[in-house]
Structure formats: C-alpha cells, structure tokens
Design a protein around this ligand. Structure first.
Ligand code: C2E
Ligand code: CA
Ligand code: CA
Length: 644
C-alpha cells in the first residue's frame, strides 16, 4: 500500500512538473510551485502539508484538493498501520513473556528435531544460551536411549496429528512431557511444540500422601483404610474362588490404660512401637498387621491352610505380646485378648467381618483375658440381648423404674443397728426385678451409671435424712452408698456427693461411700486425691469386696480409708478353711492398726457369724440378719431394733 502511494505521489509530481513546463505562464507558476513544494514534502513522508489554492474552479484547484484529500488518507493509513504494527509487536512480546515465564521447559522443533525456538528453562536444562541452541538437534542433547524414545514419541504425534502426553524419568527426576503438533494449511504436521514439566516433587508428595493414607503414623503399620482395602479384595477373591481360608483377628492390650496412666503417654506410645516391630518381625509376610487406633490392632490372614494353623499363629502372637518389653528404664509386661473370625460363604463385606471379630474380642476380654476366642454365631444373640437391655435401661432411668432397697448393717458383738447399705433395684414392667449384677455392668459400659448413681445417692441421702428427723435417737446411723468406677472417675464424685448431702440436709458423718479395689487400681493417684477431698468433707470411705481383687495388704496403708468390707466369697469359706480364718483375723488386726474398721458381708449361717465375732470384726451384714428391704420395712427396723 505504501509503495503504491509513493508511486502515486511521484506520478503526481511528474505530472505537476510537466504541467509547469506546459503552462509556462506567470499566473499559474505560483500555484504550481506550491503544488511541487507540497508534492516534495509528501514524497519525503511529511503528510502535514496542505495545498491552499484559491482557484476553486480551475483544474489546479481541483488537483490541490485531491492532493489534500490524499494526504488525509495517508495520515489515516499511517496511523492504522502503526497501530497494527504496535499491536503485533505487543502480542509477540506477550507471547514471548509467557513462553519465558512458564517454569515448564518449552520449545519448538521441526519434524527432524531441530530447535526453532526455546524458552529460558529449556535452554538452561541444556546448559546453553537460547541463541546458541537454535538450529541444533534436540536428540543430540539426550542420552541415546532417551533420544530413541523421544524420536518415537515425535513420530507418534506426527502420525496422530494430535497432542500426546508422556512421562519421562531422567537423572533421578521425573518429567511430564506434552507434545503438540503444529499443522500447515494442508493439515500436515510441520513443527512440534513441546512442554516438559519437572514433576519430581509432586510425585514425591503424591506418594507421601498415598503412604499416609494407608499407614499408621506412630507405628508405621498399615492403618484401618489399608486393612479394609485388603479385606475387600480377600473377600471378593474368596467368593470367586469359592475358597474361604482367610481369617480376621482383633486384639487390644489388656492393661494399656494402666500403662499410659502409670508411665505416661510417651512410654505408652513407645510400647506400641516396640510391640509393632516385634509382631511385624514375628508374623508371616502374607499376614497383614494393621493398627486400628489406640491399642487396637487387626491381623488379616489372607491364605491360611486351616483354622488350626491360624490358631497356632495366634498362640505365637500371644507369646510375642506376653514377653516383657524394655521401655525406657522400665520393664513392662502386657497381654492381649484376641477375637478371631474365620472366612465364610456368607461374609460379603468387610464390615461384617469387622463386626464379628470385634464381638469375639469383646467376649475374649470378658471371659478369657489374655486368650483367644473364636467368633460363634450365638454371640450375636448375646450382643443383641445386651443392646436390648441397654435401650430398656435408658427407659428405666427416664421413666422412674429404679428404686432403692436397704440392707441393715449391725455392730458386733451386740448386734445393735449401725446403718444400711443402699442397693438399687430395677422393676421392669414386664420382666419383674432385674438384678443389679445384670444391669450395673451394662450401665457402666454405656455411661448410664452416671445418672443411675446420681439417683441412688440423692435418694439414699434423702431417705436417711428423713429417718434421722423422725428418730432422733438414731443419729449414729450411717447410709452406705456404692460408687462405681465410671461414676468415680468420669463424673465429679465430690460435687455429686456434696450436692446430694446439701439437698437432703444430711450431715456428712451419716454417709459412707463404698468403692471396690478394682476401681481404685484404675487410677490410684486420682482415687487417693478424691478420697482426701471426700474425707475433708467428713464423708467416710469403705473399700468394698475386699478379698476378690488385688487384695493387696501393702496398698491398704497408702489409701485414706475408714472401712474394709470383706467379700462374701471369702466369708463363706470361713467355717471350712482354718487358713482363711487366720487370714481374716490378720486383716482385721492390720485394719485396726491402720485405724480402719472391718465389715463382713454375706453372713448366712450362725456358724459363720460365730467365727466372725471371734475374728473381732466390727460389723456384719447378711441374709442371716436381714435381707435388703424396702424403705417402709427398713423404717420398721429402725423403730424396733435396739439402738446402742
Ligand atoms: P455389693 O456392693 O457387694 O452388695 C452386696 C450384695 O450382696 C447385694 O446384692 C446384697 O443383696 C447381697 N447380699 C447381702 N447379704 C447377702 C447374703 O447373706 N448372701 C448373699 N448371697 N448375698 C447377700 P445386690 O443388691 O444384688 O447387688 C449386687 C451388686 O450390685 C452389689 O454388690 C454392687 O456391686 C452392685 N450394686 C447394687 N446397688 C448398686 C448401686 O446403687 N450402685 C452401684 N454402683 N452398684 C450397685
Ligand atoms: Ca457394696
Ligand atoms: Ca460387697
């Protein structure tokens, strides 16, 4: 366009010159000079000149006008051209900036692999400048094998005519390479664009995440998700092959809470790590060992010959767990109760197996601590019964089906009345009385013991307060109330006791709480501190069921107690076993020396009570003297019985 314009200008200039010669007259020489001057300026690219000729009607005037119009056109054209040029440059700069800004290595090659363009990253990867590389061959910068592969990929893209992505490992790094074909008018691939990204870190992060998703952080064992995955595959394989020779075992440590409480969480964690290492080394490589959280573990035997083999392997597991661990400065012993379930045709999902292994483990804990229990379908019924009981018990608490009975306690040797033990009763609308030995353990497990315990304390305090108001001569009577483990450690027992006393307006000296040795042993330090607070309030404390649990005479000294209650199971043997008689005498002496009194529970015969009196026990309680009774009858006893 510019060229044709210039030609136009030159033609006009020549025309003007010819005209000048032709007209050679003075009156037209002035305007012609103006035209020549303008034409020269325009020819030199100065489009600002305008020809101002008066002769409107003359041809020269018309010519001048045309020249002016032409210069306007030229100005417009020039600015448009400049803009297009600028835009093109800008766009090119943007693309170059993008090309260089990407952290990918980007390059353009022809179909033979010669570099047509490279960005900085691409040049840097090859250790040379961009300019030096242009025209060189891509394949010369790759190890022979990689060059071969790359050539094959380029061929593939050329053949397919569409972009393809590849992954490439080189010098301990991983790259993701994408090749794009650039086509000519006929759709033939003439060049290729290649983008390559270093994805080493991403891959590492990915595999780290994958590891974390399937492993337990503390022990490095497989986790629940991993086990579920294996279990799913094992089940589906078993169903396809119609061979159900797999098994799932669950276990947790029998005393882990005690270890954590006595040695602290760090040592507890160490124990879990040592245990995991020992088990990993001891099991066959096909067996999957997973940590389910806390001290709970699972073992999946994917291919065991028969049940007998699995049980033998579990014996080995027991041995590994039972052998002592050296954790820090301590030697710690532990054991596990294992529940195991064997593969069966009707197991179709991991949840079913996990449920049944869990049930078996629960049974092991209950009836064979430190042993193995194989899942049995009848266990379902037990669980269902328990669930039923739980929901009924919830109802019982909210609908007031619970009540109290009171069993009198007598002083020795004259059998005057000393007080009562409050015992809870559940009168089920259809089933009649359900004994506390059945529902208290369920209440403990479900936490329902907390509202139940609150009820018992409040009711017993209220009752005692009422009796003491009615019978001023009975001010020395003491109401014994049982506190269970959960109630003792999970609720705030001091607060509950204080509130019950306040509400009932009962003095603290008329209340004694009974706690079993097993409860105290759950957390000795906390128990002692709660005892101290209760005693500061003037409340008495009795150690219940002595002789059934740890029966540690040594411990007695360190517990701030007022009384010991010797368990019935111990007392019933007294008339047959001379040794037991000696032991009871000793316990009584020791208790007295420590400032405690002793109650013998479960007195059923005259024989036994004679022995108990000889042992110098302080109090007795038992069917021989009085059964647990309702408040009305108990009140009758207070009225009619000799008061010291
Ligand atoms: P425990 O605290 O050892 O209560 C004594 C149990 O022995 C009572 O059984 C009582 O009826 C029974 N007993 C008393 N004298 C004799 C006797 O001469 N012969 C026989 N064979 N038994 C006798 P009960 O009321 O069935 O309570 C059983 C257990 O349930 C209690 O044992 C206690 O551990 C628990 N329990 C009862 N009431 C409560 C309560 O209110 N709270 C809590 N936490 N536990 C309770
Ligand atoms: Ca008791
Ligand atoms: Ca007892």
């Amino acid at each position: 366009l510019l060229a044709s314009n210039i030609i136009g200008i030159v033609v006009i200039s020549i025309l003007v010159l010819i005209l000048t010669r032709f007209f050679g007259r003075r009156n037209i020489l002035g305007p012609i000079n103006v035209l020549v001057h303008a034409a020269r300026h325009i020819g030199q690219g100065d489009f600002s000149v305008r020809v101002d000729i008066d002769h409107q009607a003359s041809e020269l005037g018309e010519l001048a006008q045309n020249i002016n119009a032409m210069t306007e056109d030229l100005i417009r054209w020039e600015s448009e051209h400049e803009r297009a040029d600028r835009e093109l440059k800008e766009s090119e700069a943007r693309i170059r900036a993008l090309f260089n800004a990407t952290t990918d290595s980007a390059l353009l090659i022809d179909t033979d692999g010669s570099f047509l363009a490279l960005n900085y990253v691409a040049a840097q990867r090859r250790g040379q400048g961009v300019e030096e590389l242009i025209g060189k061959c891509l394949y010369d910068y790759l190890p022979a094998e990689a060059a071969q592969t790359r050539k094959a990929w380029v061929e593939e893209v050329i053949k397919a005519g569409k972009s393809v992505a590849f992954e490439e490992e080189r010098d301990d790094r991983i790259y993701r390479l994408r090749l794009f074909p650039i086509l000519d008018h006929d759709g033939k691939v003439v060049q290729l664009a290649s983008f390559s990204r270093d994805i080493t870190e991403m891959k590492k992060a990915e595999s780290r995440l994958k590891y974390q998703a399937f492993h337990d952080e503390l022990t490095g064992l497989a986790n629940r998700a991993y086990l579920m995955d294996c279990l799913r595959r094992t089940i589906s394989q078993a169903l396809t092959e119609k061979c159900y020779d797999y098994a799932l075992a669950f276990f947790d440590l029998d005393n882990f809470k005690l270890v954590n409480d006595s040695f602290g969480h760090v040592l507890g964690d160490n124990l879990l790590q040592l245990l995991s290492q020992r088990l990993t080394a001891g099991i066959s490589p096909e067996t999957v060992l997973a940590r389910f959280g806390g001290d709970e573990f699972a073992l999946l035997f994917t291919h065991a010959a028969d049940n007998h083999t699995i049980l033998k392997e579990l014996d080995t597991i027991h041995q590994l767990i039972d052998a002592p661990f050296t954790v820090g400065l301590y030697e710690i012993r532990t054991s596990a109760s294992i529940g195991v379930v064997f593969g069966r045709l009707d197991y179709t999902s991991p949840d079913q197996l996990i449920r049944d292994a869990d049930i078996a483990m629960y049974q092991a804990k209950k009836i064979r601590t430190g042993g193995t229990i194989v899942f049995d379908r009848r266990m379902h019924e037990i669980i269902i019964k328990r669930l039923n009981l739980e929901s009924k018990l919830r109802q019982a608490v909210s609908q007031g089906e619970l009540s109290l009975v009171y069993q009198p306690i007598f002083s020795l040797p004259d059998l005057t009345m000393a007080g009562f033990e409050a015992l809870v009763r559940w009168l089920h609308p259809d089933k009649g009385y359900i004994p506390p030995s059945v529902f208290i353990p369920v209440a403990e497990e479900t936490g329902l013991i907390v509202p139940i315990g609150d009820f018992v304390l409040k009711e017993a305090c209220k009752q005692m307060s009422q009796w003491l108001t009615r019978y001023p001569q009975a001010q020395h009577l003491v109401m014994n109330v049982n506190l269970s483990g959960k109630q003792f450690f999970q609720a705030d027992p001091v607060e509950v006791v204080r509130k019950s006393l306040n509400e009932a307006q009962l003095r603290s000296k008329n209340l004694k709480v009974e706690i079993t040795e097993t409860t105290i042993m759950e957390n000795v330090d906390l128990a002692v501190s709660i005892f101290n607070t209760l005693r500061e309030l003037g409340i008495k404390i009795a150690l219940d069921d002595f002789g059934t649990g740890y029966s540690s005479l040594g411990y007695l000294r360190s517990f701030p107690l007022d009384s010991i209650k010797i368990d019935r199971s111990f007392v019933v043997q007294l008339d047959q076993n001379e040794k037991d008689y000696e032991i009871v005498t000793l316990i009584v002496k020791l208790a007295h020396a420590l400032g405690m009194d002793v109650t013998a529970e479960g007195i059923e015969t005259d024989n036994i009570i004679d022995k108990i009196i000889k042992c110098e026990c302080d109090y007795v309680q038992g069917y021989l003297l009085a059964q647990p009774m309702n408040a009305h009858h108990a009140e009758g006893m207070i009225r009619g019985y000799p008061i010291p």
